[in-house]
Design a protein around this ligand. Structure first.
Ligand code: NAP
Length: 322
């Protein structure tokens, strides 16, 4: 189909044009509004003038790095931020430095009882959840497991899958709830065949377990977007950039001198932009980098794999679902 006709066809489909899971032939995100922000924009700059008073956000991994800066800036703009960390002490310490309203919660993503307990505390607030930001993550070079499953898969994907599952009603109850998944460009290092459905223990894997988990983040996000289609809630995934944080404490970082290394203020910008920008109110199922949509790998747009991952993930945490 000639380009001009394709565009007309997409526009005629109204909401269809904002759904990457519908028109397979659309150029990636061609109808998603572009922002004036870029690689060096900060979280404060991208949220300037946005009033989050009366809104509630949950940020996982609030005690360090991108999660801390995300919590700080959302609270600065008036949101009540529920910040999770692995211990209450870490959460209290993080919240102590915040200007605005912040409540520490405990969340250990390898422990599904802890995920359920955290979700129950949020449910007890009996309030809509405007922003659910799945940010916590880890990076190791060696092989580790939790619950018989590869560790990155559990922490970066499965724990967040369970948390989101349990909190989804509250996200949907918000006027325009948003689930924001902090993925990574490293999803491009996932195995060529995608998710290792046949062996999630990681013992037989030969490729990046971190990249595998980040592919899972993106697939989770697009399948969630599909499932939220009839609601006002959205789901998007992002790469925060290459950011100097604690995540590299267990794994030596490969230094690419041509890559712009972001500070924390810049590293939290895309998360805060995707979580708050009024221009993205109807944008769902996309992947962002530097505050603008960016086409992810073909694997990360594989709708069948996304659906299968959702079903397998549900099965893995079946005993902990509501
Ligand atoms: N930094 C980068 O260049 C970069 C690039 C691409 C994507 N990302 C993504 O950005 C996100 C934030 O990472 P960051 O760079 O800000 O790293 P960070 O400073 O190490 O922060 C990670 C957070 O996740 C928490 N966490 C780790 N394991 C956990 C577990 N089992 N249960 C609950 N929480 C856990 C950490 O808690 P503790 O402090 O207690 O360990 C910490 O609060 C991650 O999803 C990461 O994959 C980062």
């Amino acid at each position: 189909m000639p380009l001009i006709n394709r565009r007309r066809f997409l526009r005629a489909g109204a909401g269809l044009a904002l759904a990457p899971y519908a028109p397979a032939f659309a150029e990636y995100a061609e109808d998603v509004p572009r922002s004036p922000f870029g690689v060096a924009s900060t979280a404060e700059e991208v949220t300037a003038g946005i009033d989050l008073a009366g809104k509630t956000a949950l940020v996982t991994g609030c005690n360090s790095g991108i999660g801390y800066e995300t919590m700080r800036v959302l609270a600065l703009r008036g949101a009540h931020v529920l910040g999770t960390s692995r211990t209450l002490e870490k959460g209290k310490e993080a919240c102590a430095g915040i200007e605005g309203r912040c409540t520490p919660l405990v969340l250990e993503l390898t422990d599904f009882e802890s995920v359920v307990a955290c979700a129950k505390q949020v449910q007890a607030l009996n309030a809509p959840l405007d922003m659910l930001i799945c940010n916590a993550g880890l990076l190791f070079r060696d092989h580790r497991e939790a619950n018989g499953l590869e560790l990155h898969f559990v922490v970066n994907h499965l724990g967040h899958f369970l948390l989101t599952h349990r909190l989804l009603d509250q996200v949907v109850a918000a006027p325009q709830g948003r689930v924001v998944v902090v993925g990574s460009k490293s999803h491009r290092n996932a195995p060529d065949h995608g998710i290792y459905f046949d062996d999630l223990s990681g013992r037989s894997w030969s490729t990046s377990a971190y990249g595998h988990s980040k592919l899972a983040n993106g697939l989770f996000s697009i399948e969630l977007a599909r499932r939220l289609k009839s609601s006002s809630a959205t789901s998007n995934c992002l790469h925060p950039g290459s950011v100097e944080t604690n995540i590299f404490r267990h794994a030596e970082r490969s230094i690419n001198p041509n890559r712009y290394l972001k500070n924390l203020a810049e590293g939290a910008a895309t998360t805060c932009y995707v979580a708050t920008s009024p221009t993205l109110a109807r944008v769902s199922g996309y992947y962002f980098n530097d505050c603008n949509p960016e086409e992810p790998s073909a694997l990360m747009q594989d709708l069948d794999m996304a659906k299968r991952l959702w079903e397998v993930s549900e099965e893995l945490v079946r005993d902990y679902l509501a």
